[in-house]
Design a protein around this ligand. Sequence first.
Ligand code: HEC
Length: 151
Amino acid sequence: MNLKRMTTFAVLGVVAAGLTAPVIAQDMLMGADAIERRQELMKSNGMTLRGARGASGDEAIAAAETLVSNFAELGDLWPADSMEGDTKARPEIWNEDGSLSEGFLTAYNNASSAADALLAAAQSGDAEAFGAAFGAMGGSCGACHQSYQFD
Ligand code: HEC
């Protein structure tokens, strides 16, 4: 390998390290930081869902995109050390060994899929499909809260 190519590789290495850093930082949110971030995202979920009722066109698409992105990030915000603290998360979210319970994962996956379906419906421009997907989205929020969030 000549010097020029080596330099290119070194530069690419630095760029790659820079790109992965935020992902690693996000994976490492622990305890109180994870609680704070998931509560922010849940508040955004609440506001976004309210705004999406009866929405159409770009507004409906933007709302659905926010929900999809919120749920993507929410998947990593339940470390076992965030069970206690200033949180309304119920301990049933976690198994004895600190992993996430099957019921919670199912509720999370259902909501995540509902957000994907809401986005597809928004993009289709079919108001009836959007209304149905909106109902399913709201139902999946409630299903998880009923079992896993303290009132
Ligand atoms: C997989 C389970 C799950 C799903 C799905 C879910 N939530 Fe939550 N939500 C929780 C839990 C647990 C909390 C409590 C978080 C905490 O206090 O640490 C919460 C908290 C909230 C809060 C209160 C935030 C605060 O601290 O003020 C709102 C608002 C909320 N969720 C809205 C929604 C909406 C809207 C949806 C659907 C678009 C949704 N959630 C989907 C589990 C879920």
